[in-house]
Design a binder for this molecule. Structure first.
Ligand code: ZN
Ligand code: ZN
Length: 573
């Protein structure tokens, strides 16, 4: 009877397929999630031509008996659906139990599955049962999809190139591996391994398996909770940024999700630690009461809406910001990989193995505990200036190695924090000018300025109208840099005029601080005396974030003694 039902529902399945299956990755997604439901510890995904030719998923899960196997190809196979009282876990491809019959209606499927002694093989093409027989007794499930969309040419047209289809699947499997570090995933295409994780249950090890040592050695662990949410995971040091948001990887209760507010919290936490348009690698799991998650969003999308989003925003923002603040973030000038490259280029071939061993013995057990170096240590860090290179880079040394600082970026950071502090301070000291500064505007600028002049006054400026479209400034806050009063005042008025209607005091202060910081900082190729260098270093180490200029560029990089010894072949490993 079941079989008849499968066939009678074929049309409905074909229609549903259009809803839930749009690319090879959606097929992989459904199959792999079924494997996870079956409690698989190891899941292999083998693709031919990125899945366009063939998709095979092999798991070591519980498998199915014959009747379950038939039921799996029926619409509303509800036995699978409500087994978990948490609706949120009924994942992604709509109601579980609909996707598999849908896939089977638009492709050719061979399912081999075994729960105990006798396995079952089911072969379906275009929704029609072709074969049902006993099969091998390997516990688990193996399912192969070929000829995807063979009977729906309109859909077939929408499949992309091998590379695009593959890229989508790789990205999905990478994220899923990070969400499920206790499951081993292997993804191959045309026989070559693309993704392989060990299923160790150790997230930093999984990050290493996905991203490699250069990333995994630069991750900082985070952990925090409030009344509604618990977050756990890793965030990268600002020295390894990506050009896309793709690596902001977030899970809610172990499920990959996308949420703009979460991304905004991450981005805001990295404010001034990175340039705009660059994004960190972040892997965090958010545990929460499932009732706070809105599932009424299209099932194929990863977007979710959350109640109490402000509470989550604050938790993520504060935790990450604090973690960055507490960490020593001076980037090594030479990455470990580069050192090995340098080494390889000289070393005899036998040494190659040694390099490999060193990479794989990266210690995951410690969870980067050596990285929990407090920023306070930076504040006690003593740098002895040696000189200046190219009129721009301050050279310093200490017991640990050699440092290069960008004189402009470093001073910009010092200025920025100083200006911001002054701008936030309500009690302003005011300096009256002997000679007022007169500034002339265009008609429209003048109107905008007068309309917003309270902002100017609140900052501690005193002014009067002075002839047509001209403002005469008679007093300014004392913190303006001496000798640069007029330039600073013009910049500030410019910012007031540009912000005009969408004035936001926090953004305004940021803009003023960044603009003045840059303007007042020593330029590249501008002479700086040894005494000024010493003063700058002293002020820099006192900063909240001494590592980046307010635009997110680095202020300081380090060549450790070890790096130097390696480069000069003094150290052999
Ligand atoms: Zn600048
Ligand atoms: Zn800058």
């Amino acid at each position: 009877m079941s079989v008849i039902k499968v066939m009678s529902e074929n049309l409905a399945n074909k229609i549903a397929a259009g809803e839930v299956v749009e690319k090879c990755a959606s097929v992989v997604k459904e199959l792999v999630e079924n494997s996870i439901d079956a409690k698989a510890q190891s899941i292999k995904i083998n693709l031919l031509k990125g899945g366009l030719e063939e998709i095979t998923v092999i798991d070591d899960g519980t498998g199915m008996d014959e009747s379950d196997a038939i039921l799996a190809f029926q619409r509303h196979a509800t036995s699978k659906i409500y087994k978990d009282d948490d609706l949120f876990f009924i994942d992604t491809l709509g109601f579980r139990g609909e996707a598999l019959p849908s896939i089977a209606s638009v492709s050719e499927v061979v399912l081999e599955t075994c729960q105990k002694d006798v396995g079952t093989l089911i072969h379906i093409k275009g929704g029609m049962l072709i074969e049902k027989s006993n099969s091998s007794a390997r516990i688990g499930t193996r399912i192969t999809i070929t000829n995807l969309f063979f009977n729906t040419p309109a859909r077939l047209k929408y499949l992309k190139s091998e590379q695009t289809e593959l890229a989508n699947t790789v990205s999905f499997i990478e994220k899923l591996s990070l969400a499920k570090p206790d499951i081993s995933f292997t993804l191959t295409n045309n026989g070559s391994v693309i993704v392989k994780t060990s299923g160790s249950g150790n997230l930093i090890k999984t990050i290493h398996e996905i991203y490699g040592l250069q990333v995994s050695s630069k991750m900082l662990e985070i952990k925090a909770l409030n009344d509604d949410f618990e977050i756990k995971g890793f965030i990268c040091k600002p020295e390894i940024l990506k050009a896309s948001r793709n690596h902001l990887i977030t899970f809610i209760n172990g499920r990959v999700v996308k949420n703009n507010d979460i991304n905004r919290a991450i981005n805001d936490a990295y404010y001034t630690y990175k340039p705009d348009g660059k994004y960190p690698i972040v892997v965090i799991n958010i545990e929460t009461d499932p009732t706070l998650v809105d599932v009424n969003i299209h099932p194929t999308k990863q977007d979710v809406k959350l109640s109490k989003i402000d509470s989550l925003y604050n938790l993520i923002y504060e935790t990450m910001k604090r973690r960055l603040y507490d960490s020593l973030l001076i980037p090594d000038a030479i990455s470990k990989k580069d050192i090995d490259k340098i080494k390889d280029s000289f070393a005899p071939v036998e040494n190659y193995k040694e390099v490999e061993i060193k990479q794989t013995t990266f210690d995951f057990g410690e969870n980067n505990s050596s990285e929990v170096v407090k920023n306070e240590e930076f504040k006690s860090l003593v740098l002895y200036p040696i000189g200046l290179a190219h009129g721009t880079y301050i050279i310093c040394e200490n017991d640990e190695g050699l440092y290069l600082l960008d004189q402009h970026a470093a001073q910009e950071r010092v200025n920025y924090e100083k200006y911001l502090e002054n701008l936030k301070n309500e009690a302003v000291n005011i300096t009256s000018m002997l000679v007022p500064i007169n500034i002339e505007f265009s008609q429209s600028e003048y109107i905008t300025f007068v309309k917003n002049s309270n902002i100017f006054e609140n900052m501690g400026f005193e002014w009067v109208e002075f002839g047509i479209n001209t403002v005469s400034v008679k007093a300014h806050p004392t913190w303006l840099k001496t000798g640069y009063e007029e330039e600073s005042i013009r910049k500030i008025i410019d910012l007031i005029i540009t912000m005009n209607n969408d004035f936001d005091v926090i953004k305004f202060r940021e803009n003023v601080a960044i603009t003045l910081a840059c303007k007042m900082a020593i330029k590249a190729n501008e002479h700086i005396s040894m005494m000024e260098i010493e003063g700058l270093l002293k002020n820099l180490v006192k900063c909240d974030n001494p590592y980046n200029c307010p635009h997110g560029r680095p202020t300081i990089i380090k060549f450790s003694i070890y790096d130097l010894e390696k480069m000069f072949k003094r150290a052999m490993n």
